[in-house]
Structure formats: structure tokens, C-alpha cells
Design a protein around this ligand. Structure first.
Ligand code: ATP
Length: 319
């Protein structure tokens, strides 16, 4: 599936004299999840609101599901959007069930569908309680249920896992993965990076309204050329150094961990080093730790990188 669901061409946004978004070009395809990351004030919410049609761009063209989200009649296909705002709030006096029925009616969906979502987010037992009695995590789950209404074609989630316990978090990702397989395009904005890696296809990092990076994690790893950590059991440091003589350029030795030797290598040496080590009979265990999303985030947002990117019009992106 390669249908473009979100398409932005040179989109910028000013709030009076504040440039929240510098000209940005990006797209999200059906069945794809894009992780959207950046420090506070980077422009993430602005971008999401532009795609939803809540805000008008200052320049450039925004298309969602093939239409400008602010055009006449946009409300018809906006029914196919699911959105979870950062600070979800509801009519506190209503019960969870009443809230979800209300949103279901607004979007033209049945009560039966709303009931199944209450089950899916594990709110059915509390569905008759007023929302004001809900915990933070329960409110968040209700917010997710309203975002998931009607199997959306575009799902935009701002900090979806805030307040969720580990089980609810993994159930949430399960639902996102399922919607993706049904062709839904997902934009997932989060400050919580661990756990998200396995559920996004690409990541975009924004800083001060500029796109610093956009690509799959493998692409960003290759571009950032961050070192890979190798952990070896069964060989001593000196033996490894002798064996890998010439392949340990720019390697760093790290303190032993539970009897394992640890060192880093550059990604271009990764395969050769692994092959060499695996051919040794005395090797008992060999593990490889690739740069995580967090490592990449820190790399791209490191002052040197973001300062240099600030000088590049539209951000140093490699689409
Ligand atoms: N209504 C507004 N009026 C003026 N400036 C605004 C407005 N909304 C946002 N901004 C500014 O635009 C920039 C981007 O803000 P935005 O809310 O998009 O960032 P964000 O990445 O979502 O931040 P956070 O992670 O804190 O939610 C910031 O400098 C912010 O101060």
C-alpha cells in the first residue's frame, strides 16, 4: 500500500511574528506510522493542527486524504480522522459511556461500535461512572477510544501513552499496529521514546520549527553513523584486540558488564567484526546494541548539529 494520506509541500506557519514552522515538505502513506519528536516548542502541535485543519498555514499546501483540510466540505472526510490531543478533557459530569456515545454520534458511528471500543480499552466496567471519578490513565484510555472511533484512515496522537500503565501501553500499541495493517496512517508524537521504536516506520525530528531528520531508524542510524556496541562473553579484551587487529578503528572500550567485554565499533565495521567473532569456538555469547531512538534523538538535537541545521533552509533532511 502506497497511498499518500498526508502530503505537505513547503508548509510554514507564523503566529504573528513567531515562526513556529519553517517551510516543511513531508508525507505519510497509508499503513505507515510516523513518529514525531522534538523538544518543547519545536512545532509538533502546530504541525498536527495544520494537518487536522485546525490552523491555516501561512504558506505552502497541506493535504490530508487528498484534500485541503480547511476546504469547504472538509468536515465530511475529517470524519475519517482520529485525533488524541495532548491534554485530553471531557465533560466531567458525563459517564465514560455517554462521552463515547456523544463522540460516536458526532462522527456518525453506532453505539454498538462505541461499546466494542469501551471493551477494547478496558473501560467497560467503569463505563457508567462519571468521568470526573476517572484516574488520569482512565481518561487517557477514553481519549484513545474516541480517537479510534470508526477505524480512522488518519490517526494523529499527541502523547498517547502519558498516564498509561505498562499493560495499557502495550495494548495501545497493539491497537495502533492493527489499524496500520488496515491501512491507517498514524502520526505519533511523544516525549517518551523507549518502547516506541518497534511501532513506527519512520521518525521525524523537529527543532525550532525546522525538520532536522526524517527517515526510517535504519536510515537515520546510517546517516548519524553512531557507534554500535558489541558485548562478548568467552574472550578476553586482549584476545579480541589481537583478533580484530585493524578492524577496531575508532573503537572505545567500555567497562566490563557481568563478565562480558564491551566495546563500540563504527557501523561500517559491524558485519566484518561480527563474522570474525562468531567464527571463534570459545565465544559463549555475542550481543549487539544498535543506537536507540533516544541516541538518535540526542544526536540530532545536539547543539552542534541543530545549530548547523538552523543555517540550512528547510532543515537538513534527506527524503
Ligand atoms: N497560539 C500561539 N501564539 C503564539 N505563539 C505560539 C502559539 N502556539 C504556539 N506558539 C509558538 O510556536 C512554537 C511551536 O509551538 P508548538 O506548540 O507547536 O510546539 P510543540 O513542539 O508542540 O511543543 P510541546 O512539546 O511543548 O507541546 C513555540 O515557539 C510556541 O511558543
Amino acid at each position: 500500500m502506497n497511498d499518500v494520506i498526508v502530503d505537505l509541500q513547503q508548509v510554514s506557519k507564523y503566529y504573528r511574528n513567531v515562526q513556529a514552522l519553517h517551510p516543511l515538505t513531508m508525507s505519510v502513506n497509508a499503513g505507515e506510522a510516523l513518529g514525531l519528536f522534538g523538544h518543547n516548542g519545536a512545532g509538533k502541535s502546530t504541525l498536527m493542527k495544520l494537518i487536522l485543519g485546525v490552523l491555516a498555514s501561512t504558506s505552502g499546501e497541506v493535504k490530508a486524504l487528498g484534500h485541503c483540510p480547511r476546504s469547504n466540505g472538509a468536515h465530511e472526510y475529517r470524519r475519517q480522522f482520529g485525533y488524541l490531543p495532548e491534554n485530553v478533557s471531557f465533560y466531567d459530569q458525563l459517564t465514560g459511556r455517554e462521552v463515547l456515545y456523544y463522540f460516536a454520534k458526532l462522527k456518525g458511528h453506532t453505539k454498538v461500535h462505541a461499546e466494542s471500543l469501551l471493551e477494547e480499552v478496558n473501560l467497560a466496567p467503569a463505563a457508567n461512572r462519571p468521568v470526573k471519578t476517572y484516574s488520569k490513565g482512565m481518561r487517557q484510555r477514553l481519549g484513545l477510544a474516541q480517537a479510534f472511533l470508526g477505524s480512522p484512515k488518519l490517526l494523529i496522537l499527541d502523547e498517547p501513552t502519558v498516564g498509561l500503565d505498562p499493560v495499557a501501553t502495550s495494548e495501545f500499541y497493539h491497537m495502533v499496529d492493527r489499524l496500520k495493517t488496515e491501512g491507517c496512517a498514524v502520526i505519533l508524537c511523544s516525549h517518551v521514546l523507549p518502547g516506541i521504536e518497534g511501532h513506527i516506520d519512520r521518525a521525524m525530528i523537529l527543532s525550532k520549527g525546522r525538520k532536522l531528520a526524517l527517515g526510517s531508524l535504519d536510515e537515520l542510524r546510517a546517516e548519524a553513523a553512531l557507534p554500535t556496541e558489541i558485548m562478548v562473553s568467552g574472550m578476553a579484551e586482549a584476545e579480541i584486540k589481537t583478533l580484530l587487529n585493524g578492524q577496531l578503528t575508532a573503537s572505545t572500550w567500555l567497562p566490563q558488564d557481568a563478565g562480558r567485554e564491551r566495546f563500540t565499533i563504527t557501523s561500517d565495521h559491524k558485519l566484518a567484526v561480527m563474522k570474525r567473532l562468531l567464527a571463534q569456538d570459545q565465544i559463549q555469547d555475542l550481543q549487539l546494541k544498535q543506537p536507540s531512538l533516544e541516541d538518535l534523538y540526542h544526536f540530532y538535537l545536539s547543539s552542534t548539529h541543530s545549530r548547523s541545521a538552523d543555517t540550512v533552509s528547510g532543515g537538513a533532511t534527506h527524503e
